[in-house]
Ligand binder design. Sequence first.
Ligand SMILES: [Zn+2]
Length: 293
Amino acid sequence: MRSRVAVASVVALLLVVAYVRAQQFGNQPAKLNIVKVKDDLFVIHNDFVPGNTTALVTDEGVVIVDDKFEQDAPNILSLLKTVTNQPVKYVVNTHHHGDHSGGNARMQMAGAQLIASEQARRYMVDGKQPGQPGVTFVDRALIHLGGKAVELYYFGRAHTGGDAWVLFKTPRVVHAGDAFANKGIPLVDTANGGSMVEYGKTVAKAFAGLKDYDTIITGHSTLMKPADLKEYADFNNDFVAWVQTEMKAGKTADQAAGEYKIPEKYKGYGLGGDLFGGFKGRVSTAYEELGKK
Ligand SMILES: [Zn+2]
């Protein structure tokens, strides 16, 4: 019981540190640039923080996915003006975190309709975040604009309990959000429905469910291919299987965390960022989730 209390207070402290750090990241507008991915699809990119913004330009308006921190919204809008005169009609939030939805209130003021999964909206409401989506979906939704269709999916718990995946059938691009932020041990927001144990299964479902694309825009990293998504599912499932082996061998979460090495076949993968308890936090999360089963 004692160690449980200790773990809880450490987790609480780490969340406070994570929150403060996120605020610091968001204090200054990030330096952004707009990069054409294909045809009428662009990424507004920056170095790691805040998350990638995708923009699909149509002749009836623009659909964007994720709008970074509040301070970044004016830059997003002015960069869009360099490629189109069309207004932003829809903003899809892949999840509720401030580096992906912080620009919501400003986008709403600029006339955009906000859309997120029902769960992501719930976390925004609970967190009293400004700019809450007026439209939500449970499993799947379609946006039709300017003769183009944008498909939104929820495949299950991963980074949070409300991660949306966005498929632009033309021009064959997926925006994965932080469910596939980069190649590494993922960040898992357990306070808001995230799951280390479900993570790989959810990514595998996304890989099976998403069709007709050849490029993936990750939450915080570079462009990837469908094969990378499959590999990422395997990486996470293998990680959970490894945790199970360590548990069976009687290791504590701390001992296990000290022993883990990225498997040879996943060369180049990282141990993940230090938010939400860092790598040790991820092992502890898997231990706790598996312990409840
Ligand atoms: Zn996130």
